[in-house]
Design a protein around this ligand. Sequence first.
Ligand code: ACM
Length: 639
Amino acid sequence: MPTAPYRLESVWFEATDDYGFDLTLFNLSDKPISGFRLAYSALTRTVPGHRVENGEQTKKLANYHEFAPPEGLTLVPGESWNLRITGLTRHAQHVNDGPGGAHLLFDDGSSAEVECADLILSGGLSTRAEPLLPQGTPQMGAALVPWPNEIALEGKAKTPVALFAANGATREDMAAISAVTSLAKRVFPLDTQPFALVRAPSGLPLHLEADSGLAAVGYRIAIEKDKVTLAYGDAQGRHYGLVTLAQLLHGARDDDDGFVWPETGTIVDAPRYEWRGSHLDVSRQFYSIESVTRFVDLLAWHKMNIFHWHLTDDEAWRLEIKAYPELIETGSKRGAHEKMVPQQGSPATTYEGHYTQDQVRALVAHAAAIHVDVVPEIDIPGHCNAVLYSLPHLRDPEEDTSEAYLPVQGYPNNALNPGMEETYEFLEKVLAEVVDLFPSHYIHLGGDEVAEGAWLQSPRARGLMQREGLPGTPELQAYLLNRAQEILKKHGRALAGWDEMSHGGGVNPEGALMMAWQKGEVGPALAGMGYDVIMTPGEAYYLDMAQADDWQESGASWAGTVPPHTTYHFEAAADFGPELIGKLKGVQACIWSESIRSRDRFNRTVFPRLSAIAEAGWTQSAAKDWQRFSANTRLMPAL
Ligand code: ACM
């Protein structure tokens, strides 16, 4: 796309008693413009009572804002219009807190994109962070992430060209070798392949053997001068052992960094936690199925075994549901000429994307072959703005919306109504298709961030409160989620959700899995209520948090600044006493995509923190080492 002939410059100013945006729109075209409004989305939003100098806000919906210039303004070529906006939700802290996706809306109904400059900090330096990792120190020359639980390697041998299947390998062993060879080639296409099924000159024979004495998903590697033996508990253990060997070879081929192929040694290994996951938000920003597939490969390379696919949110619904084509026709699109306005930096032209059921089945099969379970999330009852735009019959027609309830992210009246039977019909139909597509034991149904006071102006919800004796919003939410849990149970599946699912009486803890995200302390509290728990606290495992305070380090800040060191040193089990520790099932990264608007930004913010969480999920805390991790994580791939 050529550079648009309009440009929006943004400056963040902080005075003693005020702060806000100084915006200047430049007309760089060769024609005068008049009769227009300026639109953009920004995470730093206006609040009621805000002020606009030299203009007026004409519309706002969550991140989306529109401003009109003073009556009759014409911008001739080369001229600019300056407006100052104060009265915002919070102070900007990083470059990404400014306007994005700016465009002009003309009175004739047409629109034009506007180039958006970085948000400049008035009177401050726009610095980038110091390096976030030390150089680090490898140990035993082993380029491994996550680090194995027992390892003793010695010496430095000539790196074998490949490890080849020894005589007598079974079909299953050869298929497992083939799967990890292909994984390695997808992750590092330019690398020599780690394994071969035929005898490779200057290679080493690889003997595989089942060993029922090992932990089911565990493995043991013995490296000798003339052969390698991989013993495994089950197919998953065999896979992890092969990934370990592939990582060792990858490092050894790059021996300038102190990584080697050992002469001899043993590794005895099994994961610390059964759930080693990463979530990915594909609603705010869309990720192509190819990118999602590569992301799953990256998880497998880290021996992570759960891909939590956050498929729906206020900004878009991304999963094809045959019963409701509207969810894609309306709910997967944002744009100046769509039902849903641009948000989170998306442009005036239609920004859309969804996954067909065929694509989903292929991804699930791809993931299963490399021992990754795909856990879908359908986020209800909050975060349903896109659903309610697509299916307006799910709203109570008699709800008084003059005083909208507003959740933290600003989408008014965005929650599925527990008092409407249509809600449960919707859930029945959607979940029937979801369980058909996803074989995972858990289906994640969100449960987060329902606005205080939600549904209280809805006569249908009021009726339900009276019939069931429900005092307020949290109990209405719990009523809905319990019914959803019953639907999943009927399909033989279990409910997973964010920690607020425990509010208002909660759901049935039997078999339910909660993700502790708001802060670390929530985890043990959930375990005390009887839930199984995954630790994914914002202050350590939310990878959208900025990694340093520097202006140019983009990301969110509500859970603090989260450098890789903080993520690495977070100990998920710290506050679980002996009576609760059995409820802690694992750890998970969360990749919320509001501020992740490019692949460069994705890689900058996700790595190496994802690798740190992979190591927390796999490696016992006594075997962790920050300096070694810092050296080894440099060899991990990016998206
Ligand atoms: C969340 O971050 N809303 C789970």
